[in-house]
Design a binder for this molecule. Structure first.
Ligand code: ARG
Length: 458
């Protein structure tokens, strides 16, 4: 067992350590569906081209169906001795149908086989991720619509900056996740070429039809260079890069949820079923799901580094190093899947404390910029001077323990005698938000318009 596929050349079985370091079936069994799809396409092509007999092709296809049944039914014997999914399937095929099984590997190598299987898997993973990103975006849109007019403080440096709406804040993430989906889409377009038929590295002397297998497997075309086809994994790297950027976005939103949920902020809460308690501190309600979304980014970024490092410096064409491509990719997509699902669940039910957010939106002299803008607009002050006057007003309000809007007119007029009652109209957070009508600004009308744009696109 085990060395039978190349036993002709060998007189000894692999050492235990040879098998231990070489075996990958525990990981690459996840490629079984792609492996069967690739073998079916290859088999039909071989028959159509007259490279194998129709009867042999039928026997092979029948055997592959049995194998599919065994794998889905959980009875397939995955054996370490057969190293990887490709040899496990082939060995089982031989047990099931005998001699014709040996004809399936004509004009094929595990090198183009694994490159094909893995591309198919990553392509599916990108499709799944795009669908999940869209789900998350739609969920964010619903919540943004609900809160398009609800105030919250906007921050820079996590210091109160200017009032925004909660809807506007959520819509920022709709944009980010939209670009993330775009990156997966772009990666998918580039990866959708068929390596099958590159064989070991140089192509095949048999009259294979690579366009036929490409079409059967949903690829746009065959890859144009056989060495490239078996030796690059840039499609996986590009997808991991997209995953890493998306995970970064998820971790930022996760971090915000964590911050909003601290009692010191008190901006939002999650229902019991999406939080955890403490085994010792009875008062606790912890945002573990958000924290784990934040943390999954570590694994995903790690996967990108792992695979870029494996690939760097590899000479053409295939090297066994490339077998190490699958664990990071599987781990990254598993983590991203969980993170996206958990984030969508949290966004769907997060309960903003709109009163507390609105109060905070008006605190911290958040409308100071509006005062400066008023001085520019109404008194024609240069902005720098208006900034200075406003700074003095903030200083005075701080001394008196008042908000900017509570500062008596006489106090303001002491800074510039031309200031009138009208100024108070711009000093509320509502007015501040409502005034920001520039495209992409936080005015509720603008936020609703962007929500409508996205709805028509999703
Ligand atoms: N298990 C191998 C991998 O995942 C399959 C390709 C093996 N090719 C070879 N020439 N040894 O990369």
């Amino acid at each position: 067992q085990g060395q039978s596929l190349w036993g002709g050349r060998f007189s000894a079985k692999p050492a235990d350590i040879m098998q231990a370091i070489n075996v990958s079936i525990g990981v690459d069994k996840r490629l079984w569906a792609q492996d069967l799809a690739g073998s079916r396409a290859h088999c039909r092509m071989l028959a159509q081209q007259g490279i194998i007999q129709q009867a042999d092709a039928e026997a092979i296809l029948g055997g592959l169906d049995v194998i599919e049944g065994e794998i889905s039914g959980g009875t397939f014997p995955f054996r370490d001795a057969y190293e990887d999914i490709h040899m496990n399937v082939e060995a089982r095929l031989s047990e099931l149908i005998g001699e014709p099984s040996g004809r399936l590997h004509t004009a094929r190598s595990r090198n183009d086989q694994v490159a094909t299987d893995f591309r198919l898997w990553v392509r599916d993973a990108c499709d799944r991720t795009m669908a999940q990103l869209k789900d998350l975006q739609r969920t964010l849109l619903d919540r943004a619509e609900q809160h398009a007019g609800d105030l919250m403080p906007g921050f820079t440096h996590l210091q109160t900056a200017q009032p925004v709406t909660f809807g506007h804040h959520l819509m920022a993430y709709v944009e980010m996740f939209g670009r993330d989906a775009g990156r997966f889409h772009d990666a998918r377009v580039r990866m959708n070429e068929n390596p099958l038929g590159a064989a070991a590295l140089a192509g095949s002397p048999f009259p294979i039809d690579r366009h036929m297998t490409a079409q059967a497997l949903g690829f746009d075309r065959p890859m144009a260079n056989s060495l490239d086809a078996v030796s690059d994994r840039d499609f996986a790297l590009e997808s991991l890069a997209a995953a890493s950027i998306a995970a970064g976005h998820l971790s930022r939103l996760a971090e915000e949820i964590v911050v909003w949920m601290t009692p010191m902020f008190g901006f939002a809460s999650l229902p019991d079923d999406l939080t955890t308690g403490s085994s010792i501190m009875p008062q606790k309600r912890n945002p573990d799901a958000a924290e784990l979304v934040r943390a999954k980014t570590g694994r995903i970024n790690g996967a990108l580094i792992a695979l870029t490092t494996v690939m760097k410096g590899l000479p053409l064409a295939y090297s066994k190093d490339m077998q190490e491509d699958k664990p990071p990719v599987f781990e990254a997509f598993d983590a991203l899947d969980l993170a996206l699902t958990a984030m969508t669940a949290m966004v769907a039910v997060i309960r903003p404390n709109t009163e507390k957010m609105a109060a905070a939106a008006g605190a911290g002299f958040s409308t100071a910029t509006d005062l400066a803008d008023w001085l520019v607009r109404e008194l024609n002050l240069p902005f720098r001077q208006a900034h200075h006057v406003t700074g003095a007003a903030v200083k005075r309000a701080e001394v008196l323990g008042l908000g900017l809007g509570e500062l008596p007119l006489t106090e303001l007029q002491a800074l510039d005698g031309r200031i009138t009652e009208g100024v108070y109209e711009v000093l509320t957070p509502e007015a501040s938000c409502a005034s920001r009508q520039s495209f992409g600004g936080t005015a509720p009308e603008q936020v609703r318009a962007r929500i409508a744009d996205w709805r028509s696109r999703l």
